[in-house]
Design a protein around this ligand. Sequence first.
Ligand SMILES: Cc1ncc(COP(=O)(O)O)c(C=O)c1O
Length: 402
Amino acid sequence: MKVSGGPIEVVSTDGVCLELADGSTLIDGIASWWTACHGYKHPHIVDAIVRQVQSMPHVMLGGIVHEQVLHLSRRLARLTLGDDAMCFFSESGSVAVEVALKIAVQYWINQGATERKRFACFQGAYHGDTTGAMSVCDAEDSMHSHFKGYLIEQFQAAVPETDAQRAVFSAWLEQHQSGLAGVIIEPLVQMAAGMRMHSAEAVSFIAAECNKWGLLLIADEIATGFGRTGTMFAHQQARVRPDILCVGKALTGGTLPLAATIASAKVYEPFHSNRTEHALMHGPTFMGNPAACAAANASLDLFEEDAEANRLLQVGQIESILQNELQTLLECSRVLDVRIKGAIAAVQLDEMIDVDDAMAFFRDEGTFVRPLRDVVYLAPSFTINEDELRMLCAAIAHFVAR
Ligand SMILES: Cc1ncc(COP(=O)(O)O)c(C=O)c1O
């Protein structure tokens, strides 16, 4: 608080824009941390929330159930791990990851394997801010690294792209698999690490290794889910099926807080028991909030029904504009790398970026862009039009050239 500049006061949102207290408007390049996939205030989602709040804003999900959560569970299961998958709802991505880790550990405990309590995870990973989630983030180079010693030590490897990295990963799994519950990965893009990207082949290699050693594969698609990388879920590009999948962020189209941990039927099986101690003991007060579930159902309607403005098609169009507008920045000596995947673009510079200074620059350009470390990036709403997107790209080009 002491060293960072004051925040920009926003009074309302419209389309892909932020309307500020001083009457000006900024084109938003990052869609509120990648959540507002249909643009802000989509009327179909707003109507669904209003209707739900008028009839039942909230009811606890212990011993009670409601249609919005049942409907959403069925839809998410069908869309991801299969009709027989099970969903656990929470209010944030971090908690969804926490629940995924607990499910994986208890999956083994319920079958008598009490030693399997660790995870393999990856350099550059970011999975959230709660304790378990922090333990599977990059241990050396993340905002959580000063908690080393407080957190459970996990096994951390480079995402296995090269033969040498694959050999190291395989050898480690072979040696330690009896103490491991599973492997957790952000498929294709490690967003919070600065949009670091890896191949679908690396993801399928990891899945094959999990298969070989009988480990659970957890895909954290909190950032990449719902079209961001060009397919509905990033893991689909690697043609793998995780055992547990975490979603959040764009689940409600960026309107209300909701996340889900989706477990395959295989994972659920040892919990479906006559012994009460086999149940998953985790119950956030606001889990399955009806208004948030209504928003998520409405968001899924837009993915399914909005044929005229097909979201994945829009992501493809965004990707080609980003390629055309930003790849040439590689010619600039300050630019080390340009990475583009779906509706994500990262321009990596040769030095750390002063965030306040950069935000002020982008504000003067009529845009909202908030760099991450040495990376200026875009992850806009999928409904952004060509002119707005080109304006964001031009602002980045001006920033790099200054
Ligand atoms: C891949 C990934 N996992 C988990 C999280 C944590 O989600 P939340 O901020 O909703 O707790 C994030 C947030 O950026 C994320 O990108």
